[in-house]
Design a protein around this ligand. Structure first.
Ligand SMILES: *[C@@H]1O[C@H](CO)[C@@H](O)[C@H](O)[C@H]1NC(C)=O
Ligand SMILES: *[C@@H]1O[C@H](CO)[C@@H](O)[C@H](O)[C@H]1NC(C)=O
Ligand SMILES: *[C@@H]1O[C@H](CO)[C@@H](O)[C@H](O)[C@H]1NC(C)=O
Ligand SMILES: *[C@@H]1O[C@H](CO)[C@@H](O)[C@H](O)[C@H]1NC(C)=O
Length: 314
């Protein structure tokens, strides 16, 4: 009789959040920035999403920004179905304007080595490196070897030169000879060298000795339409380790939200009142921090102890 009363008393004391812990509000980590949904594996709050994407996205005055060592990019779209991010660098060249300076205009694209397995430019994205110096690492190699410059997904410099931007470029017509040089160590390297990110693994304009860059990605079959129809910007893809899908699936199936531990960067299933390194049904909780109210495990433990102390009385 008394244990039942005790139990009812405990249940009566349970804060509403704990009673609802079967399903953590999905909004715990999902949010909006402007009209873009920020959801797993990304997060705008520390501890949300996957650790591979920590300290990456920031919402500044309703504009979603992505920060990398090479600079900040505006995020135009997050495609969760195809795991793609569409980025814009306002300082890069496009079909209508060339942005160049001796020190290099624009961000390029450099990812932290630890983040590289999670975030890369899409293999179909072309980087058009502009005005790279003859001493550039791009052009150093063995005599007779060809430049790393090539067409990527049907997009390349031969077509890019047809853009209006080049008509206004000083010496635009006279630069034809520089456009065609194709051997390593050329005294006059090409004005534009198109590369795939995978070929050089970092678009660092100062390291490559380039004055600027453009970037374009293909939408459907663009080849026939020419450079005016290319989408200018950087298309990046993100990926997660395969074993992670099991963790996150189990976490969600038990009503949790997938996150990470801010200290260890390990996987963490956010279960509302507590956090678990596996899922919300498991006892192996890491909910050491109790925010204001008693944690569910302490309550359950308390109830069990209360019940057990009454057993001898029966
Ligand atoms: C967001 O709104 C802009 C116009 O304000 C639009 O061009 C863009 O496609 C929208 N993005 C998404 C993801 O809906
Ligand atoms: C659970 O983890 C998140 C993210 O690391 C943290 O913000 C929150 O305070 C943790 N909650 C508990 C109860 O430990
Ligand atoms: C780019 O290269 C320069 C020179 O090699 C180096 O100092 C700089 O740290 C690099 N930038 C990034 C973002 O890696
Ligand atoms: C790139 O494609 C164009 C035609 O679209 C072709 O003329 C050119 O030779 C190609 N360049 C390279 C480096 O393959």
């Amino acid at each position: 009789m008394i244990p039942t009363l005790l139990l009812l008393l405990f249940i009566g004391l349970l804060p509403p959040a704990v009673s609802a812990s079967a399903g953590v509000a999905v909004s715990t980590c999902r949010s909006f920035c402007g009209n873009i949904t920020v959801d797993y594996p990304f997060g705008l709050r520390p501890g949300c999403g996957h650790a591979g994407f920590r300290d990456l996205l920031f919402c500044i005055n309703g504009v979603l920004m992505l920060h990398l060592p090479s600079g900040s990019y505006r995020v135009l779209d997050v495609d969760y179905a195809y795991r793609g991010l569409t980025l814009h660098d306002p300082a890069m060249s496009d079909c209508y304007a060339l942005a160049r300076s001796p020190g290099g205009r624009g961000n390029g694209f450099v990812v932290e080595p630890w983040r590289a397995p999670y975030l890369q430019p899409d293999p179909d994205n072309v980087f058009l490196l502009l005005g790279c110096r003859a001493e550039s690492p791009l052009f150093q190699g063995f005599p007779g070897k060809h430049l790393p410059c090539r067409n990527v997904s049907g997009m390349g410099c031969e077509e890019y030169y047809r853009c209006p931007a080049w008509a206004e470029f000083p010496g635009g017509g006279g630069a034809t000879s520089r456009r065609d040089s194709a051997a390593y160590g050329a005294a006059s390297p090409p004005e534009c060298c198109a590369v795939e990110f995978g070929a050089i693994r970092a678009i660092n304009l100062s390291h490559l000795g380039c004055e600027g860059y453009s970037s374009a990605y293909s939408l459907a079959p663009v080849r026939a339409l020419g450079p005016g129809a290319w989408a200018y910007g950087i298309r990046a893809t993100y990926s997660l380790p395969a074993e992670h899908q099991g963790f996150c699936g189990a976490c969600r199936a038990t009503g949790g939200v997938c996150g990470y531990d801010e200290t260890t960067n390990g996987n963490l299933c956010l279960c509302g009142d507590r956090n678990s390194t596996s899922n919300c049904d498991s006892v192996g909780s890491t909910g050491a921090s109790v925010d204001g109210s008693l944690s569910l495990s302490i309550l359950v433990g308390g109830i069990l102890i209360a019940m057990m102390t009454w057993i001898p009385a029966f």
